[in-house]
Design a protein around this ligand. Structure first.
Ligand code: PLP
Ligand code: SF4
Length: 328
C-alpha cells in the first residue's frame, strides 16, 4: 500500500528550486536570471508547483511571483536592517522554544518551509540548529510544567506541518500530560501553498486533539486563495478549527486598499478571519518590500472605513523586547 503521506511529500520534493526553471515556466525574461541566481545563493528559491498555477504568465509584477522570485534588490544592505530583527535570539528559552509573551509559548518544529517567501524575517535565523528535535520534546514538557500559566502552545517554524502526521501525533500524545493546555495554535502556509498537505490523515489528527485548535494561515494576496486551497479551508472549518489569517504588508504585493479589501472579503468567504496585518520586519534582503508607517496607517484607516470591523486586521509591528505585538 502507498503511504498516505506520499502525495504531499512528492509535491514538496517537486517544488521548483531552480530560478531558470521558474523563469521558463512563467515565460519571464531570461535577463532576470543572473540576479535571481545571486539572491538565491543567500536564501534559495523554493516554490511548489500548485502555487505557480496561480501566477500570471509573463507578468513580472504578479503579486504572487513577487513573494517568491529572488531579485537583485535583496543584496541591498541599508542601515537599520539586521539578520535578527525581532530579537528571537534573546527570547529563546530552550532550543526552539520562544517565550516572549504572557500565557503562550512558540515552538519551532523545523526550519524548513514548502515555499521561500523573499520577505521572511527568518531567512537568516539558524532554525536548523534551533529546533528541539524529537529528543528535545521532553525539555519542552518540563519547561511548560514549570510555567503553568502558559495555556497555549504555538507551533511554528519554518512550517510546523512539514513534520509528517505520525511525528505530530507523537508530539501531541506527549503534550497530553499537560493539564494546563487549552489551545494549540498552528502557524502554517501549507493549507494554501501546498494544498496536498491537508490530507485525510492530517484532518483526522486535528480532529482528535483534545484542545481548541487555531490555525493561522499566512496569506498576503487574494489570488492565493484558489482551487484546493479553498477546499482545504472549508474542510478545516468543518472539523471545528478556528481559522485566522495574518499578512505582511508588502510593497508591490498588497500595498493598496482594493487588494487588502478583496483579501479580507475572500478570507471571510473561506471561513477565515483577518487577524494581523504586519509591518515588515527589517530583515536584510527585504528592503524593497518596505511600506512606510505613515502609508501603512493611511491604508489601514481607509480599510477600516470600508469594511465591517471584524474584517479589518490589526496593523501591528513586532518590536524586540515588548510584551506584545505593537499596534501602529
Ligand atoms: C507573535 C508571537 C506570538 C503570538 O502573539 P499573538 O499576539 O498572541 O498572536 C507568541 N510568541 C512569539 C515568540 C511571537 O513572536
Ligand atoms: S512560510 Fe513563513 S517561515 Fe517559511 S519562508 Fe515563508 S514567511 Fe518564512
Amino acid at each position: 500500500m502507498i503511504p498516505r503521506s506520499a502525495d504531499w511529500k512528492n509535491a514538496l520534493s517537486n517544488a521548483i528550486r531552480d530560478p531558470a526553471e521558474l523563469l521558463a515556466l512563467l515565460e519571464l525574461p531570461r535577463e532576470l536570471l543572473p540576479a535571481a541566481r545571486k539572491a538565491a545563493e543567500q536564501f534559495p528559491l523554493r516554490v511548489p508547483r500548485s502555487y505557480l498555477c496561480r501566477i500570471e504568465k509573463g507578468n513580472i509584477h504578479d503579486p504572487l511571483l513577487r513573494q517568491v522570485l529572488p531579485l537583485g534588490e535583496e543584496l541591498n544592505a541599508p542601515p537599520g536592517y539586521t539578520t535578527d530583527p525581532v530579537g528571537d535570539g534573546a527570547a529563546t528559552a530552550l532550543p526552539g522554544l520562544l517565550h516572549k509573551y504572557h500565557g503562550r509559548v512558540l515552538l519551532t518544529l523545523t526550519g524548513g518551509c514548502a515555499i521561500h517567501c523573499r520577505y521572511c524575517f527568518r531567512r537568516h535565523f539558524p532554525y536548523g540548529e534551533e529546533n528541539p528535535g524529537r529528543d528535545g520534546w521532553q525539555g519542552v514538557i518540563n519547561y511548560l510544567e514549570a510555567n503553568p500559566e502558559v495555556d497555549e502552545l504555538i507551533l511554528s517554524g519554518g512550517d510546523p506541518l512539514l513534520l509528517d502526521t505520525p511525528q505530530l501525533q507523537r508530539l501531541s500524545d506527549k503534550l497530553q500530560q499537560l493539564p494546563q493546555l487549552r489551545r494549540l495554535r498552528i502557524h502554517t502556509r501549507l493549507p494554501v501553498v501546498l494544498p496536498e498537505r491537508c490530507d485525510a490523515e492530517l484532518l483526522t489528527w486535528l480532529q482528535g486533539l483534545p484542545w481548541q485548535v487555531v490555525i493561522v494561515i499566512h496569506t498576503n494576496h487574494p489570488h492565493e486563495l484558489a482551487g484546493s486551497a479553498v477546499e482545504n479551508l472549508a474542510a478545516l472549518q468543518q472539523i471545528g478549527v478556528t481559522l485566522l489569517n495574518q499578512s505582511v504588508l508588502l510593497r508591490g504585493v498588497n500595498d493598496d486598499v482594493t487588494t487588502l479589501e478583496e483579501l479580507s472579503r475572500k478570507l471571510h468567504v473561506c471561513g477565515v478571519l483577518p487577524y494581523y496585518l504586519h509591518q515588515l520586519d527589517r530583515v536584510l534582503g527585504a528592503t524593497h518590500f518596505e511600506v512606510s508607517d505613515e502609508e501603512a496607517i493611511s491604508l489601514h484607516t481607509t480599510l477600516s472605513n470600508r469594511l465591517s470591523g471584524y474584517l479589518v486586521p490589526r496593523l501591528v509591528r513586532e518590536i524586540a523586547g515588548e510584551g506584545a505585538k505593537q499596534a501602529l
